[in-house]
Design a protein around this ligand. Sequence first.
Ligand code: ADP
Ligand code: GLC
Length: 496
Amino acid sequence: MKILMAASEAVPYAKTGGLADAVSALAIALAKLGHEVRIVIPRYYSINRDKLTKLEGALGVPVGGGEEWSAIYTARLPGAPPKNPISVFFIDHENFFGRDGIYGIPAEPDFLDNPRRFTFFSHAVFQLCRKLSWYPDVLHAHDWPTALVPVLLKFGQRTGEFAKTISVLTIHNLGYQGIYSKDNYYYTRLGWNVFFEAGLDDWNMMNFLKAGINCADKLNTVSPNYARETQTQAHGFRLDGMLRYRSADYSGILNGIDTDVWNPAKDTFIPQPYSIKNMAGKAKAKEALQRAFELPGDPQVPVIGMVTRLTEQKGVGALFGPSYGSAWSICRDMNIQFVLLGTGEAWCENEVRSLSSRLSNFKARIGYSEDLSHLVEAGSDFFLMPSRYEPCGLNQLYSLAYGTPPIVRNTGGLADTVENFNQETGTGTGFMFDDLTPNAIYDTTGWAVWAYYNRRSLVEAMRITGMRQNFSWKKSAEKYVELYKSGLNARNSNPF
Ligand code: ADP
Ligand code: GLC
């Protein structure tokens, strides 16, 4: 099968969150199953052109009232099987992508021209195929930035070589839908009848994700539980009705983890590799973590780690909210050390800085660091992830793989991947709570800390159970193949 991933992020080139990990890892897993996979992303300013190969000629992209021209670069995706390599194509357009930031910068978190940037990119996806004379069976779009791809396929592009192509849209996060003034609509070159028919209309605005959900041949999100939750009013971000309407074509497929990158037995970012058979490296990682965060090197004190975007989705209000957040009382009352690596909303970064200055056992690194994120996963005793909602979540999967039981809220993919600790039977892989309140986070963290000091052998057994879990991409990629096949079959039996 020929599959083209159209995305706004893909590791190792551009990443703001788990989407980037998921796109590349899924592509690699599909290639390992023998499929022909390519990826197309924008050539952001931060992607060094010197390391890419430029294709001959320019790409003409019809948008708005005219045409934009862009260059195309290409590279081989690292980690893909040598016998079935994956080409990544980069759409290079100075005006749209030749600047700092993927979706925005701190001073302008959502670039004003984002609707035009990603409309341009979605049109470029089709032009790229034409230029390469390579037509995929499956056009796989991810989240709102490429949600227009299924819309363009359905309304206009599905002719000639694209006649048999189907579209699949993966929702990594329903909270970001790409809602903009319909003044930008002319840029899509679609007619006003399509505006309503495709479902772009959203209270007189234009909504990219809503239209993608309406038009894609098949839809999925990144865990079965989030697929159910998003069809309810509580988690549907106003699109639950639309998702219920499409429920026959909508499913949940759990993300996996890239075990070449996130594997304590091979990790080069930690001082000494470790595995179930020899856990000595974990103690070394804890030592290194305490040193990196300038905490006393005490092996007996449990370290609670966090790596996160500091946004409401991640439950940071209940944890760091000024005066009511529980991080303060957790650090004041419990004999623990707390390390945080993250960036995000300004109020939260400020609050975190203020906590670091007031508490000797709370240390934070405001910033993005791949190396440190591995050390936090490996060196911590517990990993905290109190998400408000979580489509899948990769960090809790990494922490399980590194023998660091996660403390999570019972929501989305967290509920699908973590089993709550049962201190009677000694079973479970993490600690879970239902309500997102400062008290619930406090109590559940307290429970984990209590278990650490009083049921140590059970906690050690729990680490091993976590490390034994199998979250390989292979299983998930097989499910995507089934989804692609069911879309292609449905289309072949009903081509119009
Ligand atoms: P989301 O995509 O919603 O942010 P996930 O848990 O799916 O949540 O994925 C987050 C990814 O981003 C993980 O790979 C995590 O390690 C990484 N990450 C988030 N913040 C940072 C940071 N400050 N430094 C390094 N990596 C980070
Ligand atoms: C999103 C979600 C996260 C998921 C990731 C990859 O960023 O917030 O839960 O793991 O996408 O699918």
